[in-house]
Design a protein around this ligand. Structure first.
Ligand SMILES: O=C(O)CCC(=O)C(=O)O
Ligand SMILES: [Fe+2]
Length: 377
């Protein structure tokens, strides 16, 4: 078992750290009695809990995602303007479209795609998508009527043939503290174009969540900040059969891939000339550990207890997640520099570092101002 450090859970003492929670990932909550807009069929809910994922094609109409595409265009434009003013690039590539412009910026300033990935700004269209009525109705089917957004959400800036945006096998729990293994955190992975094998869609290992454990990951892959779950660990510890259980999830524009936080998954290389943009958004019960304590809190979105609840976006946005991660990992300078191209996070303390690179180097110093709360697995 990978997660050590269980304490006894006697009343009045610190809650036990979960090490194995199969039921969290395999047992659905009581289902709503009346079907609400956007909700999945019984069969789809069953698949989410039994196989760990469900792919829903035609979930959004293209016009519903257009504001999200426009917002991404705005973020890229803002980045280009800022880099130009700061003298980092000579051309803002103003005439290049949504699926090319960041690639050109990345050629002039290697790491521009990482700078944007780190930015963590939530334009109105992202907020609307994340708190979208229909998606929250699906979350009710997965986690019940008390729903918060998880602090880790990402705009994936998957530029062509770029190691830094090709994510190796992992369970999302590996990026979190051990305390949240008992919290179901469904993800909606939403591409902004047809995602397929050529442009780097996702693959999942069907059923890899069933034991409710986190396999032993290693850090960090190649020149990236990503942890990796080795294939023998997927087979031997999680009990999967890689010959039969890998599912390639091609998601057409308008579709959504729902995943849980214990299923192994990765994204393939983007071998096309277009950027494979996607968003991954997560939710969980607001009162359960999120695994990111001390860095950023969840954002409550819907509650049966408080029907008038509205997400407090200003409060959520006032906390700089990647900056806090970097500060906690001893890279204050990186956190202050808006064009810094490195990423550090507490997962680097959780797993053995078998390969150092520019991302891991700053965590080696001993003079961390705040003691990280992460437990070595
Ligand atoms: O989009 C990707 O390339 C990886 C996404 C991922 O790992 C996730 O959504 O959890
Ligand atoms: Fe992931």
């Amino acid at each position: 078992m990978a997660d050590a450090g269980s304490k006894d859970g006697a009343p009045g003492k610190e809650a036990a750290t979960p090490v194995c929670c199969p039921e969290v990932y395999t047992v659905p909550p009581p289902q709503p009695t009346e079907k609400k807009p956007g909700q999945l069929s019984q069969e789809q809910v069953r698949q989410f809990f039994e196989e760990g994922y469900v792919l829903v094609k035609d979930y959004f109409k293209p016009e519903e995602l257009q504001p999200v595409r426009d917002a991404v265009e705005g973020l890229v434009d803002d980045l280009a303007q800022r880099m130009y003013k700061a003298g980092r690039i000579k051309d803002t590539h103003k005439d290049a479209g949504l699926f090319q412009r960041l690639t050109l910026l990345n050629q002039e300033y290697p790491g521009a795609a990482v700078v944007l990935h780190k930015k963590g700004k939530l334009p109105q269209a992202f907020r609307d998508l994340w708190s979208n009525e229909r998606l929250l109705n699906v979350m009710e089917q997965f986690i019940g009527p008390e729903i918060a957004g998880h602090p880790i959400w990402n705009l994936r800036t998957k530029t062509p043939r770029n190691e830094e945006v090709t994510v190796p096998w992992h369970q999302d729990n590996a990026y979190l503290g051990v305390q949240s293994l008992g919290t179901l955190q469904p993800t909606a992975w939403i591409p902004l174009l047809d995602a397929n094998t050529d442009n780097g869609c996702m693959q999942v290992v069907r059923g890899g969540h069933r034991k409710g454990i986190t396999g032993k990951h290693v850090c960090c892959v190649g020149g990236t900040w990503y942890v990796e779950l080795p294939e023998d660990e997927i087979q031997n510890t999680l009990g999967c059969d890689l010959k039969n259980d890998i599912v390639t999830c091609e998601v057409p524009y308008g579709g959504v891939l729902f995943l849980n936080n214990a299923i192994p998954h990765r994204s393939l290389e983007n071998n096309t000339d277009q950027i494979r943009w996607s968003l991954d958004l997560r939710w969980q019960h607001p009162d359960k550990p999120c695994g990111f304590e001390g860095i950023k809190d969840v954002i409550p979105m819907r509650s049966a207890k408080y029907p008038d609840l509205k997400p407090d976006w200003e409060k959520f946005e006032s906390v700089d997640r990647t900056g806090n991660q970097q500060r906690q990992m001893n890279n204050k300078a990186g956190a202050e520099d808006e064009f810094d191209t490195t990423i550090q996070g507490p997962w680097m303390l959780r797993w053995e570092i078998v390969n150092h690179n520019k991302h891991t180097r700053s965590i080696l110093g001993e003079d961390r101002s705040e003691k990280p709360v992460w437990t070595k697995a």
